[in-house]
Design a protein around this ligand. Structure first.
Ligand SMILES: O=P(O)(O)OC[C@H]1O[C@H](OP(=O)(O)OP(=O)(O)O)[C@H](O)[C@@H]1O
Ligand SMILES: [Mg+2]
Length: 174
């Protein structure tokens, strides 16, 4: 079956929205240091662009929690592939993700990270697919709400492909 990618959100739209989120976080965390926790692999592109647009002091850490195999449906099985290097105790943490879909990954992740004693914890996602939610997740900063389509680009993959697309696209199967 052939597949192709149609643009949903252009590079300009995405970059403009990330600038807005960076400005909002800089306002909300004025006088503080913000600790960005990037959820690999998908959160990596958004993390880099967002961090450049935050004007308060920033520290970074990375973790990988895999909930998807090679297909387009959440397996529901959450596994820690790579844990954080630094403790979260007394830090102002923002978890940075590419997408919240069923909510399974972030629901599990936020509960686990909250148990590590951060001073505060917020969630920032580039994309949110509310129609697909299975478990409720409080999202503090959202780039775009999107319909129930399987999207790729800006870190998002289909079977490990398309992450490097500089825009958000929809995979169409002909
Ligand atoms: O809300 P959910 O249904 O749990 O889906 C969201 C999660 O799924 C994707 O990650 P994935 O497990 O595919 O790993 P990846 O980031 O390495 O692509 C995405 O990056 C989110 O982490
Ligand atoms: Mg991910």
């Amino acid at each position: 079956m052939a597949e192709r990618v149609e643009v949903m959100l252009s590079e300009e739209e995405v970059d403009r929205r990330i600038q807005e989120i960076g400005e909002q976080i800089s306002k909300d965390y004025a006088g503080k240091q913000v600790h960005l926790v990037c959820v690999l692999k998908g959160g990596s592109f958004f993390l880099c662009e967002l961090a450049k647009r935050i004007t308060v002091p920033v520290s970074l850490d990375f973790m990988s929690v895999s909930s998807y195999g090679g297909d387009t449906k959440s397996s529901g099985v959450i596994k820690i592939v790579k844990d954080l290097d630094e403790p979260l105790r007394d830090k102002d943490v923002i978890v940075v993700e590419d997408i919240v879909d069923s909510g399974r990954t972030l629901s599990y992740l936020l509960d686990m990270l909250k148990a590590r004693g951060p001073k505060s914890m917020a969630l920032c996602t580039l994309l949110d697919k509310p129609d697909r939610r299975v478990i409720d997740v409080k999202v503090d900063y959202t780039g775009f709400q999107i319909p129930d389509e399987f999207v790729v680009g800006y870190g998002l993959d289909y079977d490990q492909r398309y992450r490097n697309l500089p825009y958000i696209g929809v995979v169409k199967f002909d």
